[in-house]
Ligand binder design. Sequence first.
Ligand code: KG4
Ligand code: ZN
Length: 357
Amino acid sequence: MNVLGIESSCDETGVAWVAVEGPGTPRLRAHALHSQVQMHEAYGGVVPELASRDHIRRVLPLTRQVLRDAGGTLAEIDVVAYTRGPGLAGALLVGAGAACALAAALDRPVLGIHHLEGHLLSPFLAADPPSFPFVALLVSGGHTQLMRVQAVGRYELLGETIDDAAGEAFDKSAKLLGLGYPGGPALARLAMQGVPTTYGLPRPLLHSGDLDFSFAGLKTAVMTQHRRLGDAPTLQQRADLAAATQAAIVDVLVKKSLAALHQTGLDRLVVSGGVGANAELRQRLGEAAARHRLQVHYPELAMCTDNGAMIALAAAMRLQAGVERARRDYAFDVRPRWPLAQDGEPPDPPGERPGIR
Ligand code: KG4
Ligand code: ZN
């Protein structure tokens, strides 16, 4: 079975071809990605209307590139998958529209995929894939969640952020420090030259006893500290503040991940989403894993941020596991706000057509 997947939920257009060849993990045959980062940079963040228009421009050329790189043709595609949500409504509609039109023209079924499930399963494309069950730490620009993952489609939310996401904390702090968009990688680079203990920043909810996160207060503390540095902080002061910010975010993520493993009795952690690319987070989790004899799995670095491969993979794994069937129903909709279903329920109950939310 060959699955073509299209991702367009935010500022990256991704297309990929994943093949299911027996009971093993599906294989990535080719993927292509266009990042809109440069286009949005001038505005300091994603401009939704520009994002939608750019997805329209990119989706077909990227699809052609994937077919070329895979050495295959559209006729070989059995299912077309797309990101149905969560994300920017206009951006999602481009991928959904393209996928459904393509599937209708090919007379093939379609499948709408939850973006976070894509992130969650993306480590299965890595050289060292995890096995079920595991605890997932999902850290992206819009989400920070800890989940117990029992099997494909069986996700139980253990804790999540009550305000800003970890990626948002990186991005907003980076903005305060005068760094570009997206702020996470830029802040991480600056932090490499800094001393994290120079400034004391809060670790919100570190000792709350539950698995929830809160990062809004940290952003305020960074702002206050930055103001104290006056109008012309030195590079070293900015680097120290960046390092302190990163350390505060990473501390909380590591501590709560370990608590989630302890609470569930599991010894495998899977980290995914854009912030999973953070080197400091990886190092700290690596040290904790060695100390507590845990396994930590990540997607390949290039697959941490949004891409089409994770969407094609999630579709392939759902179909393979029999938790869902693709349908010849081309009346597509998108779900900009969409919690990842819990405990075995498929995210889209049959017959439900929730419309655009
Ligand atoms: O998963 P993703 O590509 O998009 C969403 O679904 O949100 O995550 C993007 C987020 C951004 O907030 C970005 O700043 C952050 O991931 N990010 C990083 C790093 N690379 C990306 N944050 C910290 N360190 C990084 N190296
Ligand atoms: Zn994402």
